[in-house]
Design a protein around this ligand. Structure first.
Ligand SMILES: Cc1cc2nc3c(=O)[nH]c(=O)nc-3n(C[C@H](O)[C@H](O)[C@H](O)COP(=O)(O)O)c2cc1C
Length: 390
């Protein structure tokens, strides 16, 4: 049995397979509103056969945006556009998920494809809006980044309520799965990490104190969601920096998330590494973050998602067969080949003649594929794609 194509259920939501399009910011929203780009972008992943398609990190407040191009669900007017995105995804057979986020001290940055650093005078001249970010403490992310304003107790309540209101809007838009972004140095992760949180009140210092605010947000969002709606949390399982957040902290944190009714921990890493610095602890390679998903799954007893340089169907399948994770998240490989899931099914011999492809394509591809095969040519370009993708 090919596990990658086994169904899996979280609360009231059944996924057709274990393939997830990982959240990827496109920095192309218009004042927080999605555009035709998003319809095309997300629709093609659903057409490509992934069981779950994630809409990128979406801001819970205007000032929580990482960039001027981030989509948001901080006001009711933004629901309609998202509803259309959800409709496109679901009408092509996938389930729709959304990651909700507050950028914290990494807010008010350049769009990734325009520099991926702090906003410059030139960006402002070009019309980008700049604002003072908020964070746990008044310590900037990196050189050139603005010093964040530390959140007061009222500020924390406001952010918590913004997460709740955004999650409710996401449900109204029709999303099947909601994910809280607690990774990559954004607001919630910056409370967890001792590299970003220098507070002296009950939200800083000990591990218990640093976990307090992210857990308060989790509790409030879970209470606001319908019981049938799964809640995922993406974490940075390690900062990869000595003295930072470690995998042992992630295990403890994941146990707490489980107690609060979280359905899956999506195991990424990093995000507090400052621009220009290097870290000897970090050795990237195929599946390099899988050990974190495995350890959390085993030691916290909660389903996990594995992500990071998982490119081939065989690696994805092995991770599942070895019980190291429950879902496989793919990001860059999906940009490169949105039909990855359909190719993977063929790779495993689950379908032979494009039966699983959209019928509008399948009738023609089947004829063409037959001709290629008769010529002794391979249709499986996955290995070649994999080499080119990194
Ligand atoms: C263009 C792009 C945008 C991304 N935006 C997000 C995001 O919005 N939220 C998030 O948690 N991760 C984001 N990531 C990280 C991916 O979800 C994923 O964790 C990472 O790329 C590693 O997976 P991969 O090797 O399959 O690309 C982004 C990655 C890329 C390439």
């Amino acid at each position: 049995m090919v596990k990658l194509f086994e169904k899996i259920t979280f609360r009231g939501v059944e996924l057709d397979n274990r393939i997830v399009v990982s959240p990827m910011g496109m920095y192309s929203a218009d004042n927080g509103y999605v555009t035709p780009f998003h319809l095309v972008h997300y629709g093609k992943f659903a057409m490509g056969g992934a069981g779950l398609v994630f809409v990128e990190q979406t801001s819970v407040s205007r000032k929580g945006r990482i960039t001027n191009g981030d989509p948001g669900l901080w006001e009711d007017g933004q629901i309609d556009g998202m509803r259309q995105v959800v409709h496109v995804i679901k009408s092509h057979g996938a389930k729709a998920a959304i990651q909700i986020n507050h950028g914290g001290r990494k807010s008010s940055q350049q769009r990734a494809f325009r520099g991926n650093s702090h906003l410059t005078d030139r960006d402002i001249e070009m019309g980008e809006e700049s604002w003072v970010p908020t964070g746990p403490s008044d310590v900037p992310f990196s050189d050139g980044f603005q010093t964040p304003a530390p959140l007061s107790k009222e500020g924390l309540t406001g952010v918590r309520d913004a997460f709740v209101a955004t999650a409710r809007r996401a449900v109204l838009a029709g999303f099947d799965v909601i994910e809280l972004h607690m990774a990559h140095g954004y607001l919630l992760q910056s409370f967890l990490s001792p590299l970003a949180n220098f507070r002296t009140d009950e939200y800083g210092g000990s591990l218990e104190n640093r976990m307090r605010f992210p857990l308060e947000v989790t509790r409030a969002v879970r209470a606001a969601l319908p019981p049938a709606t799964p809640l995922f949390v993406r974490i940075s399982a390690t900062d990869w920096i000595d003295g930072g957040w470690e995998i042992e902290d992630s295990v403890i944190f994941s146990r707490k998330l489980k107690e609060l009714g979280v359905d899956l921990v999506d195991c990424s890493t990093g995000g507090n590494l400052r621009a220009g610095s290097t870290n000897a602890n970090l050795a990237r390679g195929p599946g390099y973050q899988v050990p974190f998903a495995e350890q959390i799954r085993r030691e916290a007893g909660i389903p996990t998602g594995a992500v990071g340089m998982i490119r081939t169907p065989d690696l994805a399948e092995n991770i599942l067969q070895d019980d190291r994770a429950d879902l496989i998240f793919l990001a860059r490989q999906m940009l490169f080949n949105p039909f990855w899931a359909l190719h993977a099914a063929e790779h495993f011999g689950l379908t032979g003649n494009f039966e699983n492809w959209p019928e509008q394509y399948a009738w023609w591809l089947a004829k063409w594929g037959g001709a290629l095969r008769a010529n002794g040519e391979s249709l499986d370009g996955l290995e070649r794609f994999s080499e080119a993708a990194e």
